[in-house]
Design a protein around this ligand. Structure first.
Ligand code: ZN
Ligand code: MN
Length: 502
C-alpha cells in the first residue's frame, strides 16, 4: 500500500518534470557578422580594410566618416565574395538587391544610420533562405538560414573597464565601413553546444571559400536571440568569439530558467555580453525593428545580379568541407570521424594533408593531430594557424619514434615543445637530452641499482607480473622515461632468471 503510493508520487514527479522540460525548451537564433577580410578596401570607399594594429582613426575618409555631401560607391568584389557564401549556404541570390538605411543614433555610426539591407518593407537583401548541415552527436542536424545581407561595419568602441561603468567611450573609425556579411538563422538551435558546433561548421565553410580569416580577432562576431518556450526573446549583443558564444548562451539559459522558476517573467530586451565578468547585462528594453525606420538608401542604385554573374561565381567555388571530408576518407583511408574532425577547420585539414605528403601513415598522423596536438594548442589557447609548428617538424617527430630514437611518451613532450617554440624535434631532444636509452649496458647498470633498492619487489617478481611492471617502472623513473621499455623488460626477466632464490 505504502509502496504503491510512493510509486505514484514518483510517476507524478516524472510527469511534472517532463512538462517542465518542454516548457523550458530552448530556442536560439544567431546573427553572425562576418568581415570579408579577403578584401583590400572597405565596402563603400577606398580606405584600406586592414585596420588591425594600426593607429586609431588613421584610415578614414569623408565616406566612412559620414561627412555631409560624401557619396558611397559599392565595392564589387565584396558582392562577389558575399555571393560565394550565399551559394555555399544554398541561399537564393536575389536578381536585384537594394541597400537600406538602418537609422539609429550612436557614436559608432556618425551618419546616424548604417547602410544595410532589409527583407521587409520592400527591402531585398543579397539572398534568401538556405541551410547549414552540421554534426551533433554523430547525427546530421540542419539549421535553416533566413537571409544573407551586406552591410558596413560600425566603428570600434573602447571602454575603460566595463560598458556600464566606464566614464568615457573611445571610438576608432578605422573599422567603420569594413564589409560585413550578416547571416541570420532561424531559431532552430537547441543548446549552447549546438550553437558552437553550428558556428564551427559555418566558419570552416567560410574559410574554405577564402572570404574571411576567422582567426583574426573580431572577424566573426555573433549576436544571439534566445527564448525559453513560452518566454520572450532576449537578444545578446557583443559576443566577440565563438568560445564566448557558448559561455554567453549558457549564462543566459540559466538566467532565464531561474526567472521562470521564481515565476518572474523574461522581458523582451537587448542584453550586452560582458566577457570579463561573464554575465549579460540589460542594455535596452522593448526595442523593435520599427525603431530603426528602415528605408531605401537613396545614394546607391539597386544592384542587378544576373544569372551569368551567379554562374561565373559558382564555377569558381573551391572545395567545401563536406566534399573535402569525403575526399579525405577516400584518398587517405581514414575513418569518417577523423575526416570530420580534421575538416572542422580549414587550417587543420591543410596541416593534415601537408603531413600526408611527407609520411605514409595517414591514420597515425590523424591520431596525433586529434589528440595530443589539439590538446597542446588548446592549452596555449591558440589555433593551428597561429602555432609555430610546421608539418615537417611534426613528421620528423613521428620518424624519430619509428627509428627508435625516442619513445612515444617522450614524443608527446617533444610535440608540446615544438608547438610552444617552433624548434625542430632534433633540436629539442638534443637540448633536453631526451634521446632514448637503448644501450643494454647502460640499462643494466640502472637495473642493478633498482634490484638493490627494492629487494622485496625482486622476490615477488618471480611469481608476480605486477612486481615486474613495478621494477620496469622504477627503471623508467630513474631515466625520466628514456629507457627503452622493451629492452628493459627483457633485461629484467633475464636478470630475475639468473637471480638466486632466497
Ligand atoms: Zn573611407
Ligand atoms: Mn547587422
Amino acid at each position: 500500500m505504502f509502496n504503491n503510493r510512493l510509486h505514484m508520487v514518483k510517476k507524478l514527479d516524472n510527469a511534472q518534470k517532463s512538462t517542465q522540460l518542454e516548457k523550458n525548451e530552448v530556442k536560439i537564433g544567431l546573427e553572425i557578422h562576418v568581415q570579408l577580410t579577403a578584401l583590400n578596401t572597405k565596402l563603400f570607399c577606398g580606405c584600406t580594410a586592414d585596420y588591425r594594429g594600426r593607429e586609431p582613426n588613421s584610415f578614414v575618409c569623408p565616406v566612412c566618416l559620414g561627412l555631409p555631401g560624401s557619396l558611397p560607391v559599392l565595392n564589387k568584389r565584396a558582392v562577389d565574395l558575399a555571393m560565394m557564401v550565399a551559394i555555399a549556404l544554398n541561399s537564393q541570390i536575389s536578381p536585384r538587391m537594394i541597400f537600406y538605411r538602418k537609422n539609429y543614433f550612436y557614436v559608432d555610426m556618425p551618419k546616424n544610420f548604417q547602410i544595410s539591407q532589409y527583407d521587409k518593407a520592400g527591402g531585398i537583401p543579397l539572398s534568401i533562405g538556405g541551410w547549414v548541415d552540421f554534426e551533433v552527436n554523430g547525427a546530421v542536424k540542419r539549421v535553416r538560414i533566413i537571409r544573407l545581407q551586406l552591410e558596413e561595419d560600425p566603428a570600434r568602441l573602447f571602454y575603460q573597464g566595463t560598458i556600464d561603468s566606464s566614464p568615457y567611450t573611445l571610438v576608432d573609425y578605422n573599422r567603420a565601413g569594413i564589409s560585413l556579411l550578416e547571416i541570420v538563422t532561424e531559431p532552430e538551435i537547441k543548446s549552447a553546444d549546438e550553437a558552437r558546433l553550428f558556428l564551427q561548421k559555418l566558419r570552416s565553410i567560410i574559410e574554405h571559400l577564402g572570404v574571411s580569416n576567422g582567426a583574426l580577432q573580431g572577424s566573426m562576431r555573433c549576436d544571439a536571440n534566445i527564448s525559453l518556450h513560452g518566454g520572450k526573446r532576449v537578444e545578446i549583443k557583443n559576443i566577440s568569439s565563438f568560445l564566448e558564444v557558448k559561455r554567453a548562451l549558457q549564462y543566459e539559459i540559466i538566467r532565464q530558467k531561474q526567472l521562470l522558476r521564481r515565476k518572474s517573467t523574461v522581458e523582451q530586451e537587448t542584453r550586452h555580453w560582458d566577457a570579463d565578468r561573464r554575465i549579460t547585462i540589460s542594455l535596452r528594453t522593448k526595442e523593435t525593428e520599427s525603431d530603426y525606420r528602415y528605408f531605401p538608401e537613396p545614394d546607391l542604385v539597386p544592384v542587378e545580379i544576373s544569372k551569368t554573374w551567379i554562374n561565373e561565381i559558382q564555377s569558381k567555388l573551391p572545395e567545401l568541407p563536406d566534399a573535402r571530408k569525403a575526399r579525405l576518407v577516400k584518398e587517405f583511408d581514414i575513418p569518417e570521424y577523423d575526416a570530420g574532425v580534421l575538416t572542422s577547420s580549414k587550417a587543420l585539414a591543410d596541416f593534415f594533408e601537408e603531413c600526408c605528403h611527407l609520411y605514409p601513415d595517414a591514420k597515425k598522423i590523424s591520431n596525433w593531430i586529434m589528440t595530443d596536438l589539439t590538446r597542446y594548442l588548446k592549452e596555449l589557447g591558440i589555433e593551428i594557424s597561429e602555432a609555430k609548428i610546421k608539418p615537417e617538424h611534426f613528421i620528423d617527430m613521428l620518424k624519430l619514434i619509428d627509428e627508435g630514437e625516442i619513445s612515444g611518451k617522450i614524443a608527446k613532450k617533444v610535440l608540446n615543445e615544438i608547438v610552444r617554440t617552433g624548434e625542430s624535434p632534433r633540436e629539442i631532444i638534443q637540448k633536453e637530452n631526451l634521446i632514448k636509452i637503448s644501450d643494454k649496458a647502460k640499462i643494466l647498470k640502472i637495473i642493478d641499482k633498482v634490484f638493490e633498492e627494492f629487494p622485496k619487489a625482486v622476490q615477488d617478481a618471480k611469481t608476480d607480473q605486477n612486481a615486474i611492471n613495478y621494477l620496469v617502472g622504477q627503471v623508467m623513473n630513474k631515466t625520466k622515461g628514456k629507457a627503452d621499455p622493451g629492452i628493459t623488460n627483457k633485461l629484467i626477466r633475464k636478470k630475475l632468471a639468473e637471480h638466486p632464490t632466497a
